[in-house]
Ligand binder design. Structure first.
Ligand SMILES: Nc1nc2c(ncn2[C@@H]2O[C@H](COP(=O)(O)OP(=O)(O)OP(=O)(O)O)[C@@H](O)[C@H]2O)c(=O)[nH]1
Ligand SMILES: [Mg+2]
Length: 240
């Protein structure tokens, strides 16, 4: 399989059509081209079109766009920084302005999977910017504090995202409250950007789901995101 080099994230406060950080341009086919000629399909999956130049970890086999949404202050930026850099952003809270992204490569079933993770601003005044990015995303991780129920975000995702978008609810900052998340009928888990609890697992699980969706062999059983997460948490001895 050909491999493409992963780029770096940078701030992007404009809508995808007015210049996304990936340098995307609309083509006649309804697909979009990214950077050095990769093709973005309507479902947000990126297929590299350039042959591998090296075995460097910067090269990937397949890429997906993932979006973090949720109220301001729930920990979206901290979760992404924890996943990308292994650090916790302690100190004063700096609210995200507009939208930003980071790339991260994961090894999934011997494939290099690039996640392009979009960190959105939770503040209401940036909502129209965020809406413009929903349709292009393959997976949405909605972060919650359980003091604010997720219905509003589920409605928003229903209104703006593709019908078959993968959705996962993350209860950040408040581990061990899975019972409350269970009732919404979508995969869920608890994370902590502060301690790092389940952060790697959350992103690995969604990368596996996306990889299975796009490359499933005919006789291969369907990947069950929630079952995988539960099993991994159990074997890691997670108290929840
Ligand atoms: N205790 C604890 N605090 C956290 C955790 N994650 C984030 N925080 C704190 O919560 C505050 C908000 O975190 P951010 O990641 O900036 O929140 P955000 O969701 O990106 O907010 P917006 O950019 O405004 O949408 C910061 O003060 C963080 O230090 C966590 O897992 N545990
Ligand atoms: Mg933020």
């Amino acid at each position: 399989m050909s491999r493409k080099k992963a780029g770096k994230g940078k701030n992007a406060n404009s809508s995808p059509t007015t210049g996304s950080p990936t340098g995307k341009q609309k083509g006649k086919t309804g697909k979009s081209t990214v950077g050095t000629g990769s093709v973005v399909q309507a479902n947000g999956m990126v297929h590299p079109s350039r042959p591998s130049l090296s075995n460097s970890s910067e090269f990937y086999d397949i890429a997906f766009k993932v979006m973090l949404v949720g109220d301001s202050g729930v920990g979206k930026t901290c979760l992404l920084v924890r996943f990308k850099d292994g650090a916790f952003l302690a100190g004063s809270f700096i609210s995200t302005v507009g939208i930003d992204f980071r790339n991260k490569l994961l090894n999934i079933d011997r494939l290099k999977v690039k996640l392009q993770i979009w960190d959105t601003a939770g503040q209401e005044r940036f909502r129209s910017v965020t809406h413009a990015y929903y349709r292009d995303c393959f997976l949405i991780m909605s972060l919650l504090l359980l003091s604010s129920p997720p219905q509003a975000w589920l409605t928003e995702i229903h209104d703006y995202a593709q019908q078959d978008v993968v959705l996962m609810l993350l209860g950040n900052k408040m581990p061990c409250l899975s019972v409350s998340l269970q009732e919404f009928g979508v995969p869920y888990m608890e994370t902590s950007a502060k301690s790092g609890l389940n952060v790697e697992l959350a992103f690995t699980a969604v990368a596996k789901e996306l990889k299975h969706r796009s490359m499933k062999e005919p006789n291969e059983p369907k990947f069950k995101l929630q079952d995988y997460v539960n099993k991994e948490m159990k074997s890691a001895g997670c108290a929840c």
